[in-house]
Design a protein around this ligand. Structure first.
Ligand code: IMP
Length: 462
């Protein structure tokens, strides 16, 4: 059986916590898209782990698999594995041979394109990890895959074709003098990033390490074998539905599909296998956003990210939620934009992925407010609509129609977690049940704090 976890909003919904709770009953935890742009914080045995690539389930001793739909920066991969080892863990990580490799030039081009786009208000505010340029090369059939790192002749052939095209793009299109440039805050050697020999040596070594540790797998086959043997898989989506390249707020999106359909494509398991399992949508009780683009229910204003005519003057409320919720990027440390829950966004996400259950996180963060609002619907062109329009420009014109809920008190949330659902303050339960009813999807879990034990579990899907 599979359980697929999908972020229902704009990433950072607290997926790691729930993956941690549910993965207790899973044999392997699998990522099906994205790369080291994902920030997961997992608290286990009182220790905090921050991971951006390795599936968070490895912290609990589960096998972690990076599926073929992922893009992998080998340097991050080995760094995270080493850090976990230094902290006394023995992570078992497997990487799909079909997954694509993030190369230094991808990171360079990510930064250059973001700069170039910022004049025209098109920058997505990326994490700068080279995600978009790597998926571009995958679609352009000029990418380098994990399997190629283990085959030196293929690696060299690929590099000899692709590197000159990247150099030409940077020099001739963007007019940058590579030899004298600074890339990635000085972390990336500008010369080596565009030098076939240097890249060949570095990436062949990564291939040797992957080979020595027997880390690469034919992911689909590996995972179906686990299922055939009666095993269970947790498929962990990164980012969120509104960052999906097809269903999200294009172009302010990531370059992959966090929605559940890609759990099949990005692992090599069939859609029916995923569909026979559970698909749990993870919702944060309010909105947060790292990056640019419209956000109709936004509170306050974050310089460089909020649209010039967006946000609101509820600065105090925004700061309160940001600080209580620790809304600062796990990967970048940037302050996140925050806003009220957006129901049209959730209806869209629930349909696109077919949620069979919901986990709503962070209700403790909103505790102590007199009232809590929800963007129930939008008004667009004089009409009330209940789901997101298909273009981001129209979404930016949407005026939210709010529903107001009475606030709930701050209580001892560990006590609540230990006691169960009935211990959640009544007004918070009214809020949770409203969301569940609107999405016609049962509530599986409620997050009341950052730790694994701070979750009220109503349903265990495995
Ligand atoms: P990229 O994935 O680095 O290309 O960034 C594209 C957009 O997705 C930007 O708006 C990022 O801020 C956003 N993004 C990427 N990964 C995450 C994440 O894990 N959480 C929240 N936002 C993300």
């Amino acid at each position: 059986m599979t359980v697929t976890i999908v972020g229902a909003q704009l990433g950072d919904e607290g997926k790691g916590g729930l993956v941690d709770v549910y993965s207790e009953d899973a044999d392997a935890v699998v990522r099906y898209q994205g790369g080291d742009n994902a920030g997961h914080t997992v608290i286990h045995d009182g220790e905090e782990y921050k991971l951006s690539l390795v599936p968070s389930g490895v912290v609990r001793g589960k096998t972690g698999v990076l599926g073929n739909g992922c893009v992998v920066n080998p340097s991050t991969l080995f760094e995270e594995i080493e850090t976990l080892r230094d902290r006394g863990l023995d992570p078992d990580v497997r990487v799909a041979r079909r997954a694509h490799v993030i190369m230094p030039y991808h990171r360079v081009i990510d930064g250059i394109e973001e700069d170039a786009k910022s004049d025209g208000n098109l920058a997505a505010g990326t994490t700068g990890r080279g995600i978009g340029p790597t998926y571009e090369d995958k679609a352009g059939r000029r990418g380098i895959r994990i399997g190629d790192l283990l085959d030196p002749a293929v690696l060299r052939d690929r590099l000899e074709y692709v590197v000159p095209t990247k150099r030409a793009l940077v020099e001739d299109v963007f007019g940058i003098d590579i030899e004298n440039a600074t890339f990635g805050a000085g972390e990336i050697d500008p010369v080596e990033a565009f030098d076939v020999d240097a890249l060949y040596e570095e990436y062949r070594e990564y291939g040797d390490r992957l080979g020595e540790d027997a880390m690469t797998v034919n992911a689909g086959e590996f995972l179906s074998r686990t299922l055939d043997d009666g095993g269970t898989l947790m498929l962990e989506g990164a980012q969120g539905s509104s960052l999906d390249i097809d269903h999200g707020v294009y172009p302010y999106v990531t370059s992959s599909n966090p929605t559940a359909g890609y759990a099949a494509t990005g692992t090599g398991l069939g859609p029916a296998v995923i569909g026979q399992g559970e698909i749990v949508g993870i919702v944060k009780a309010y909105l947060s956003r790292v990056g640019t683009g419209p956000l109709p229910t936004e509170l306050g204003f974050v310089e460089g990210q909020t649209e010039p005519d967006g946000g609101s003057d509820d600065e105090e409320l925004a700061t309160y939620i940001r600080d209580e919720g620790g809304e600062y990027g796990t990967v970048t440390g940037r302050p996140r934009r925050v806003g009220w829950l957006d129901m049209p966004m959730l209806r869209h996400a629930a349909r696109a992925s077919g949620f069979t259950g919901l986990a709503i996180n962070h209700i403790d963060v909103l505790a102590g407010l007199d009232e809590v609002k929800v963007g129930h619907s939008y008004t667009l062109g004089g009409e009330e609509i209940e789901t997101m329009p298909a273009t981001t420009e129209r979404w930016g014109e949407c005026e939210p129609n709010y529903r107001t809920f009475d606030g709930w008190p701050d209580v001892d949330w560990s006590d609540v977690a230990a006691t169960g659902y009935e211990a959640i303050p009544e007004n918070a339960r009214t809020y949770l049940e409203y969301v569940s009813d609107e999405l016609d999807t049962p509530l599986y879990a409620v997050g009341v704090g950052p730790g694994r034990t701070d979750t009220v579990v109503l349903e265990r899907p495995f």
